[in-house]
Write a protein that binds this ligand. Structure first.
Ligand code: PRP
Length: 209
């Protein structure tokens, strides 16, 4: 049988995932020396890691071309859930927050607020839960710019250390929710390759304990 394929979010979650695999005892030399290669064997070809952007990790797992995925809860919340989310991996910890220019009382006044965000679905459901009518503008990166340029009253974005907000004269108005890396599994794979996947989940659980 083909080795299990795990889609792994490139960048921030990559190092922690490799550290976790190494803790279990899998040889990750191929990932560490990957160059520009995107599909890498792990261990003695026990499984293959596919390096992808966060939203694409979900696409590959949903379509079943990857059996498992490592992706942030932020991307899961924004992009849907037609897969199993089986484990909180405990790294990649940060939070979603509503932020606005320092000292501005965001909730004051009666005009409909404008919110810039990379996560329109997350922002929409946050304000829906408050029954607040807002206009949402999708931004692709460095969302902190939008209120500074006068495009929006606030942002809904990821806050990790808080330094991007601080250095740009913004502050958290309210936390939305906590985020961390999750292990997700394709629904068919979980049935068809249950024993292998269950064994891997148990190894990960033991390693992160
Ligand atoms: C994320 C996020 C914030 C920043 C928060 O951006 O969108 O801008 O990190 O981190 P901090 O609280 O530690 O400062 P990222 O670096 O992923 O870049 P992007 O905004 O261009 O997507």
């Amino acid at each position: 049988m083909k080795p299990l394929r795990i889609a792994l979010t490139k960048g921030r979650l990559e190092k922690d995932t490799v550290a976790l695999f190494e803790k279990i005892g899998y040889d990750c030399t191929a990932i560490k020396n990957k160059g520009r290669k995107l599909i890498l064997p792990v261990g003695n070809n026990q499984f293959a890691v596919v390096l992808a952007k966060a939203a694409d990790v979900i696409t590959y797992v949903e379509h079943g071309v990857c059996d498992l995925g490592v992706v942030g809860k932020d991307t899961i919340m924004e992009n849907g859930t037609s897969f199993y989310e089986v484990l909180d991996l405990g790294f990649g910890k940060c939070r979603f927050a509503l932020a606005a220019p320092k000292g501005k009382k965001f909730y004051e006044g009666y005009h409909a607020k404008t919110i810039a965000t990379k996560y329109p679905n997350v922002a929409r459901s946050f304000f829906e839960s408050k029954a607040m009518d807002v206009q949402i503008i999708k931004i692709e990166g460095s969302v902190e710019l939008a209120p500074l340029l006068g495009l929006s009253d606030g942002i809904v974005d990821i806050v990790e250390t808080g330094s991007t907000l601080r250095e740009n004269g913004l502050e958290v108005v309210e936390d939305v929710c906590d985020i961390s890396a999750r292990l997700i599994v394709n629904t068919a794979s979980l049935k068809l390759r249950k024993a292998e996947i269950q064994a891997l989940i148990e190894e990960i659980e033991r390693a992160k304990a």
